[in-house]
Design a protein around this ligand. Sequence first.
Ligand code: PLP
Length: 481
Amino acid sequence: MKILLDRRSPDPVYRQIRDRISRLIQSGTLQPGDRLPSIRTLAAAARVNKLTVIEAYGVLEADGLVYARAGSGYFVSTPTHPLIQGTSKFAPRQEVVVPEQGEMSYFDLYMASVQAHHQGEISVFSSGFPYLSDADMLQRIARRALRHVDETLFNYALPQGQEPLRKQIVQLLIQQGLDISPDDLIITSGSMQGLSLVMNYCVQPGDWVIVENPTYHGALAILQNLGARVIGIPMTNEGINLDLLAQYLHSHRPRLIYTISTLHNPTGLTTSQAHRQQLSALANQYQCRVLEDNAYEGLSFAAVPPPLKALDQADHVIYVGTFSKTLMPGLRVGYLVVTGQDYSRLLERKLLQDLGTSTAAQSIVSEFLASGYYRRHMTQLRNHNLLGRNAMLTLLEQHFPAEASWTMPEGGLFLWVKLPDGLPMQLICSEAAAEKIMVTPGSTFFPNQQGYPAMRLNFSYPVDAIERGVAILGKIIKRHL
Ligand SMILES: Cc1ncc(COP(=O)(O)O)c(C=O)c1O
């Protein structure tokens, strides 16, 4: 097996090996049951340390792509779900949106979603909440974390967060391609606090901010609240439209670009390395800060290029992450990666807001990361979501009108469906609610709360719930065509 390595790439070598082998498996060049080269053979062929190959095989195993047989080496696993063929037809109108004033009530939306979640019998298809599949294990780990307490757990702690947790997060981020230390991290109360801290720090009322159109409505609500003027640059199937981004960076000189480069909310799209390089070059050219929201990192089915923060030479990019989508949203543990002078200023703001994130919540996340369960849990979560995604894509073809198109995300929790123009979305949503299916109009993700008819659909539900939900939604939509 020939593995070409780019030793100047910010992507660590073990990850390059893993990506190459995972592509060989996904393209069918390596078939289920095929034996991978021995660690020694591959290390010699690629001229790397054996530990690097061990790390690469370990990640492939955690991804569920290969398995180890004692004494015989590593073999390609048999996929438990069919691969989805075909390409997305998603190609929305490319219209820039500069709303006069936002009118969205994020409060109402959020409250409705949480309340519906607490009423078990409703399928909240529009939500961005992860499906909690392994509550017992999460509870076990939480109890264990609290059993190990010493007095630090119940005392005031460092505003930037506990050092062991910051070290653990750094290990995860290094695997993504970031070159950072625990001193670049601030643990926050969920990533929502991180977004709010950074937006309030970088943006003054009246400043221009560029967002993707559509984008995460929670971020839009913060910008609206602080009096920013928002420019919504449309998403293509490959990410934000870079030509329009360049044009508006030039004409409006915004203070900030808010972007979700991996498993974008709400479209589920992940941008390529080339797209990231171009976005990063544009931000540099116009000296514009970037807030990179990576809330869904870790939920990718396939290898993802390193984040924009890995390309950042000038401390222009602030990165935000969270454990809400992988562990438990209720713990409220997120983090910021901030390099350069911004660090101490943001840390001071964090201190003034709440003195620090709950030490009990940090300890639970820390215990989870230290236990061997984390990798297994992530593999299970991705496999569960992959099954749901595949089911949903197949069912959309069967039940949704031919004029609809949708994205085909390579991970995460949801996909984005673009529906034919003129559909009465409010009516469709209330008819779905009568059938105990909660969907919200996609308009909530557009900065002007308009745009084309659309909906975000969460595929992290069990397959039978997805079958029922998509069939009912398809019937309702067709009735209104
Ligand atoms: C893109 C994105 N960023 C941030 C958040 C906030 O998550 P949390 O505050 O739970 O970390 C969400 C939640 O849905 C999200 O989708």
